[in-house]
Design a protein around this ligand. Structure first.
Ligand code: 3HC
Length: 686
């Protein structure tokens, strides 16, 4: 046997062990010996039962994603599952860690599935822009029913062992040494002598499907898919499992898989899978990380409270500092309220809520931060305020504690210089709500020590964040590019587009919402204050703010929000205001198409991304994609702005930027040299 697959015979029970670190993916060098092993064991009279197990921390986590887009090397997973499923002796999958994608499909080829208590099982292919291609859409519904299978396959979210047991996906759950339990389990099954019905022949559960209810669910899913093809194909495949004979449904699944795996959307989503993992890699592997046992957070407002919750959720005790007992009380009350909402929604147990709340210690005294290993400042966005705080931290924090600021724009080198330990200072730019949003921009200041940086990159992963290391500049990666995207919004309004036309162009592109809806949600006053501080103006947005129209929170912004609703309603008053301002400037309105809207907003965004790469503010184009997908809702099916630039054609983007630059003279349209090079070479390499 190859080193990737080995077989041991324990008194008539054959244990096939897959060993392909780190996640036991079903690479070609696993599939080939696995197929041979199964065929041999099928015909081996000394073998009464077969266990499929994995070495290391996890069961098979899926097909080998690096093989997608390359010529398929046989045997395919489907063929292996077919051989496995046809074996008459009892077969069982011993699942620890995660059984995902092709891993779960392999397990579905067995008569039985036995799981460790901590195991998780799922079909996450949809997140890669594909659907399960190894029979998962056809076999899973036969065990858990069409409705549950639809939910699992379209969401891609794995379920725990107990839930899988309740749903009929696994036959037993054990704690402790899984191999011993599984061998005993399968011996018992062999002793009973069957019947050993392959999953493909189990039709009882799907026969009960309420097709009308199923179709209603699918229609809803299709609406929510926002142009993504994979969720729709997943739903179609599960429906086929119910309505078509097994082999026909399997063939349809294959056809959908082949189509999707070759699509730009899947390429984009696979790009993001690897980009997220790449972003967390720092040069210099041997850096010893600092120990983080307690985290301090300064400021218990929306941002500080969210950050404190993010750390508490990750298992860290948190000291929360405010300027007064009253502000502290309010901050802690909001945190408690947020956890209560999670309990009401069923995503948190009462017990877990109590445990989380017990992690918090409130204080108004900086000296109480002395035992913190990381302190995150989330106070008012003002340089003088930040400097004063960092001066105080310098006096009280223990030597080696990491001092972080959550600033969105300010110069972290300047903040670091206000301490005697700039090597310990860095930026942790969380996105609101900080306990929910995945993205964390980690800002490396000029003097930040490599071990401080490595520590927070590791910490980010531990609290479930997707981290991207960026350099110091105004707005870092995300907000700097956002400013470039927004710079033409006003001009488009004045020239004739309405807020809802612009927002629709964005949602049609795949964004969850357009810039004006987003502005209303975030609060228009934030940008207004920011502009005033920098001596900038935005005629429409400023006028709205002067009228007290701050967005959703005041019931009026670019849109109307009636009776506390979050649903934006176009407001004729705003449209009249825009036309009035345009007339003052002598602008005659014209019809503006969606293509122009996208061109004038997203091309400058990409252009700014190119400048960010040139300046070394981001290390890789894929890091920028990770920022935009996880922090700003850039459509996953387009892979992030820099990946999408490749799909759209960098040469086209440069051409159109030049056109707009000539027409307007605006700097945002002046193509960056790196973008021009990308148009020639197809690479973002600086
Ligand atoms: N193929 C190839 N490489 C994979 C992989 C896969 N399926 N899954 C993980 N890896 C790699 C990662 O890229 C990473 O490589 P790196 O160290 O060089 O960066 C390494 O394995 C470790 O992965 P993580 O950093 O993600 O490790 P975690 O412990 O955090 O997570 C995991 C483990 C939950 C298994 C996570 O890696 C994961 O979700 N993997 C993908 C699972 C998946 O999508 N499976 C379906 C694949 S498609 C399929 O099966 C098609 C079939 O239907 C035909």
């Amino acid at each position: 046997m190859s080193s990737s697959v080995s077989v041991a015979n324990e008194g008539g029970v054959a244990i096939v062990t897959i060993d392909n670190p780190p996640v036991n993916a079903l690479s070609f060098h696993v599939r080939e010996p696995l197929m041979q092993a199964l065929a041999a064991l099928r015909d081996d009279a000394s073998v009464a039962a077969i266990v499929i197990a994995c070495a290391g921390r996890t069961f098979v986590a899926g097909a080998d994603i690096t093989e997608f887009g390359k010529p398929m090397q046989h045997p395919e997973l489907r063929a292996i599952v077919a051989v496995l499923e046809a074996i008459a002796k009892p077969t069982v999958a011993a699942i620890q860690g995660t059984a995902l994608g092709g891993g779960l499909e392999l397990a579905l080829g067995c008569h039985f599935r036995v799981a460790d208590q901590g195991a998780r099982l799922g079909l996450p292919e949809v997140k890669l822009g594909i659907l399960p291609g190894g029979g998962g859409t056809v076999r899973l519904p036969r065990l858990v029913g069409a409705a549950k299978a639809l939910k699992m396959i379209v969401s891609g979210t794995p379920i725990g062992a107990d839930e899988a047991y309740g749903a009929g996906l696994v036959d037993a759950v054990f704690e402790g040494d899984l191999t011993t339990h599984v061998v005993n389990f399968v011996r018992e099954m062999a002793r009973k002598g069957g019947p050993f019905t392959p999953v493909r022949d189990r039709d009882d559960v799907i026969k009960e499907t309420d097709l009308a209810a199923f179709d209603a669910e699918v229609a809803d899913l299709a609406r929510k898919a926002r142009g993504l093809e994979a969720p729709v194909a997943c739903a179609q495949a599960v429906r086929n499992a119910v309505t078509l004979p097994f082999d026909e449904a399997l063939a349809e699944e294959r056809a959908l898989f082949v189509k999707l795996v070759a699509s730009d959307q899947s390429r984009a989503q696979r790009h993001l899978f690897f980009a997220e993992r790449e972003a967390a890699k720092l040069p210099g592997k041997d850096v010893v990380k600092r120990r983080i046992a307690r985290v301090g957070v300064i400021g218990a407002g929306t941002m500080g409270g969210g950050i404190a919750m993010a750390f508490a959720n990750g298992g860290f005790p948190v000291t929360l500092l405010e300027t007064s007992q009253e502000a502290l009380r309010r901050g802690l009350a909001t945190i408690e309220k947020n956890y209560t909402v999670s309990v009401a929604r069923g995503s948190l147990s009462e017990d877990a809520k109590r445990q989380r709340l017990a992690q918090f210690k409130g204080t108004v005294d900086h000296a109480d931060l002395a035992d913190c290993d990381l302190i995150v400042e989330a106070a008012f966005e003002d340089m003088a305020v930040k400097k004063e705080i960092f001066g105080k931290l310098d006096a009280v924090a223990r030597p080696g504690a990491i001092l972080a600021t959550n600033t969105s724009y300010l110069d972290i080198d300047e903040i670091a210089a206000s301490t005697s330990r700039p090597q310990d200072v860095l930026g942790l730019h969380f996105f609101s709500p900080a306990n929910v949003m995945k993205l964390l921009e980690i800002v490396r200041a000029e003097k930040t020590a490599p071990d401080a940086l490595a520590t927070v990159v590791d910490l980010a992963r531990r609290i479930g964040k997707v981290a991207v290391v960026v350099g110091v500049c105004h707005g870092f990666v995300g907000n700097r590019m956002l400013a470039a995207r927004g710079s033409e919004s006003e001009a488009l309004l004045l020239e004739g587009a309405t807020p809802s036309q612009i927002d629709k162009a964005f949602t049609d592109f795949g964004w969850p919402m357009g810039p004006f809806q987003m502005g209303d949600l975030a609060g228009l006053d934030i940008g207004w204050r920011n502009r005033k501080a920098r001596g900038l103006t935005a005629v429409i947005a400023d006028t709205l703010c002067e009228q007290g129209r701050f967005g959703q929170k005041t019931g009026r912004g670019f849109y109307l929000y009636e009776n506390g609703s979050r649903m934006p309603v176009p407001d004729p008053e705003v449209e009249a205001l825009i036309r009035g301002k345009a007339a003052e400037k002598g602008i005659v309105p014209r019809t503006i198409g969606a293509d122009e809207i996208i061109e004038r907003t997203l091309y400058p965004l990409i252009n700014e991304g190119a400048k960010i790469l040139e300046e070394g503010i981001a290390a890789r184009a894929s890091d920028i994609d990770v920022v935009w997908v996880n922090g700003y809702g850039f459509p996953v099916g387009k892979g992030g702005p820099m990946f999408w630039a490749g799909l759209e054609g960098a040469a086209r983007i440069v051409g159109r930027l030049r056109y707009w630059h000539e027409r307007t003279g605006k700097n945002v349209f002046k193509p960056a040299p790196l973008l021009e090079r990308m148009a020639e070479t197809g690479s973002w390499q600086v």
